[in-house]
Design a protein around this ligand. Structure first.
Ligand code: NAD
Length: 324
């Protein structure tokens, strides 16, 4: 019996697949390999598994219910780690329909497959973006999440309430994970740490939003993967409508300027800083209260931003050619 990983060619999905394979699980990965950012990076992530017979891959759109059901049925899946989505806050202003298809239709399709095949557990990605305009810090799971400031955040909130209805209606056991700014090797080229790195290496100026007055709870990929695996392995037979949500952050909010200082140090390049205003849809700061994940999942993030950025830059320097 296999574990279905959606978004397996993505940043977090490929790391989760690698970790599951390393411990001996069978993994069936799906991804539509869309060009929101370069598909070459998605192919390169998948190439890591090409000789692993415990891994199979299907290029499909998760919103295509029939295709997803066929793959899942043939693989005799026991559980799902659902990480495929249209990510990114800023792009949701430009291309809202991509979010409707991947995040709303896609999530519904995954729920239907999970229900139809009676899987043991569906773990899915939510986001710190659902806290939106919440001003209470650090963000805790029982804080308000009904005032998103981006369509992306709204679709992630929708995922949680859709999941709640399936837990209640059909007894589908689920866990939603609110990730906080995940970064690291094989990361996402649309995220600030990656954009800054490429521009600094080319000597180009970097745009610093809200004139640098931003804070993020940056979470290193390996810590996130540990949280995803612990959530996947939760025993789910103890309640009828099992649906839990957890913050997975680092509980160490950092200033945007600290990130830039670390990149300057690791790259040996002085950033040309272009201070600009706040971007629509963005929030000034995020900070995760991770006590629930600590208590119930044994989640214990270990990697500081300084260590994680050093690892990311070492990985970036090892690339024969940058991903553009
Ligand atoms: N990286 C972060 O900081 C972060 C923070 C909060 C939440 N998340 C969430 O975590 C999940 C994984 O994010 P990521 O950073 O790995 O992003 P990613 O873009 O690298 O990975 C998502 C993958 O899903 C695939 N995909 C998108 N729409 C699809 C569709 N309709 N059908 C099939 N495949 C599709 C993409 O091709 C991509 O490979 C997403 O749900 C994202 O919203 C990420």
């Amino acid at each position: 019996m296999a574990i279905l990983v959606t978004g397996a060619a993505g940043f977090i999905g490929s790391h989760v697949a690698a970790r599951l394979l390393a411990r001996g699980d069978q993994v069936v990965g799906v991804d539509n390999l869309n060009d929101y950012y370069t598909p070459a990076l998605k192919h390169a992530r998948l190439a890591q598994f090409k000789d692993n017979t415990a891994f199979s891959f299907h290029q499909i759109d998760i919103a295509d219910y029939d295709a997803l059901l066929t793959v899942a049925k043939n693989a005799r899946i026991k559980s799902i780690v659902h990480l495929a989505a249209q990510a990114g806050v800023r792009y949701s202003l430009e291309n809202p329909f991509a979010y409707g298809r991947s995040n709303l239709d896609g999530h519904l399709s995954v729920l239907e497959v999970a229900k139809t095949l009676s899987v043991n557990h569906l773990v899915y990605a939510s986001s710190s973006s659902i806290y939106g305009a919440n001003e209470q810090i650090p963000f805790a799971e029982d804080h308000r999440t009904d005032h998103p400031v981006s369509l992306y955040g709204a679709t992630k909130k929708a995922n949680e309430v859709m999941s709640q209805s399936y837990a209640r209606l059909y007894g589908l056991a689920q866990t939603g994970l609110r990730f906080f700014t995940v970064y690291g090797p094989w990361g996402r080229p649309d995220m600030a740490y990656w954009i800054f790195t490429e521009k600094m290496l080319k000597g180009e100026p970097i745009d610093i939003f809200n004139r640098g007055n931003m804070g993020r709870d940056f979470t290193y990929i390996d810590d996130i993967v540990e949280g995803v695996i612990a959530a996947h392995d939760l025993p789910t037979d103890r309640e009828n409508d099992f649906h839990r949500v957890f913050n997975l952050g680092n509980d160490r909010p950092e200033k945007l300027m600290t990130l830039i200082d670390l990149l300057e140090k690791e790259l040996g390049v002085k950033a040309r800083k272009n201070l600009v205003g706040m971007q629509k849809g963005d929030v000034e700061r995020t900070w995760a209260d991770i006590s629930r994940a600590r208590n119930e999942l044994g989640y214990k993030p270990k990697i500081t931003l300084a260590q994680g950025i050093a690892r990311f830059i070492a990985w970036r320097r090892g690339l024969a050619k940058p991903f553009e």
